[in-house]
Design a protein. Structure first.
Length: 274
């Protein structure tokens, strides 16, 4: 194994994955390195050939290549055939195996905090690639009911169908129609990109119950308006960085066959004080 790893995408300059994985290498004294490698949309095939030539042992895949990568993998783990997207690739002697660690990454904070999901009522905002991995996670953990709210209602409907195929009791709604219904849910998840640019929360959380769990997958900024409003209601918060770490830990363990040093990886992300 060459010990070289990468994350591919475009844009890629601001990816936090090199920091997280490099911290883990240092902690475990592994002689490995991890680089950010820009591959523009439409150039995935030649980009992957380049990675194979320099004998990369594994790579993460991010926007815009997660769905396209399915076609370029020689083998697919069950996780990515279900979700229809790849975010982690293992290269064994030129044979590429695709995985999706987003679902396990999403579930990881619930496991760490000992929060069972079974039978809970979920409101999921968003119906893109990330939301699909999240639905697969809720299906795996047998959530009670799920409402999918999205700006484009047709996409909410499609994800609701996917939820039903995976055994969930699902309904869908336009995100503008959610109104004051936050009070009806045990878990509210923001899986839209709203918040990345400091926008207002996509829905009102004024009626949120104090015992609700609120999870934002946006990790930069950490305290989005959605999170701030949830905190005001006294809800239990799960931050986007917790999912980011969860998926990185799982990818690390696929590649290295050793337990990932979670605390060192977390420190690389949040700095010494947290
Ligand atoms: P990802 O892979 O991160 O899920 P994506 O597939 O592009 O990215 O999905 C982005 C999600 O954010 C979608 O649910 C999108 O809603 P649409 O399906 O209507 O596009 C949602 N989103 C992005 N900008 C939004 C906005 N300003 N208001 C509401 N939803 C928004």
């Amino acid at each position: 194994m060459s010990g070289l790893f990468a994350v591919i995408g475009d844009p890629i300059d601001h990816s936090l994955s090199p920091n997280i994985h490099s911290a883990a290498f240092r902690e475990l004294n592994l002689g490995c390195s991890y680089i950010a490698y820009r591959i523009p949309k439409g150039q995935l095939k030649s980009g992957i050939e380049g990675l194979k030539k320099i004998q990369v042992s594994g790579f993460n895949v991010t926007v815009p290549h997660k769905v396209e990568m399915v076609k370029h993998a020689d083998k697919l783990d069950e996780s990515c055939s279900l979700i229809g997207a790849v975010n982690t690739v293992e290269n064994k002697d030129g044979v590429l195996k695709g995985y999706n660690t987003d679902m396990d990454g999403f579930l990881d904070p619930f496991k760490k905090k000992g929060i069972p999901i079974k039978d809970l009522k979920v409101l999921l905002l968003g119906a893109g690639g990330a939301a699909r991995a999240i639905v697969a996670g809720f299906a795996k953990e047998k959530a009670g009911e799920i409402t999918i709210a999205n700006r484009t209602v047709q996409k909410a409907e499609e994800l609701s169908e996917f939820s039903k195929e995976n055994g969930l009791d699902a309904t869908h709604v336009g995100v503008a129609e959610v109104g004051d219904s936050a009070k009806n849910y045990d878990i509210v998840v923001n899986a839209t990109s709203v918040g990345l640019k400091n926008e207002r929360s996509p829905i009102s959380l004024d009626s949120l119950r104090g015992d609700a769990i609120v999870y934002d997958i946006v990790y930069m900024p950490m305290n989005t308006d959605f999170i701030k409003r949830a905190k005001e209601r006294g809800a239990r918060i799960i931050f986007g960085y917790e999912m980011l770490l969860g998926q990185a830990v799982r990818a690390f363990e696929i590649w290295h066959d050793v337990k990932a040093p979670y605390d060192a990886m977390k420190k690389a992300l949040l700095g010494g004080g947290v």
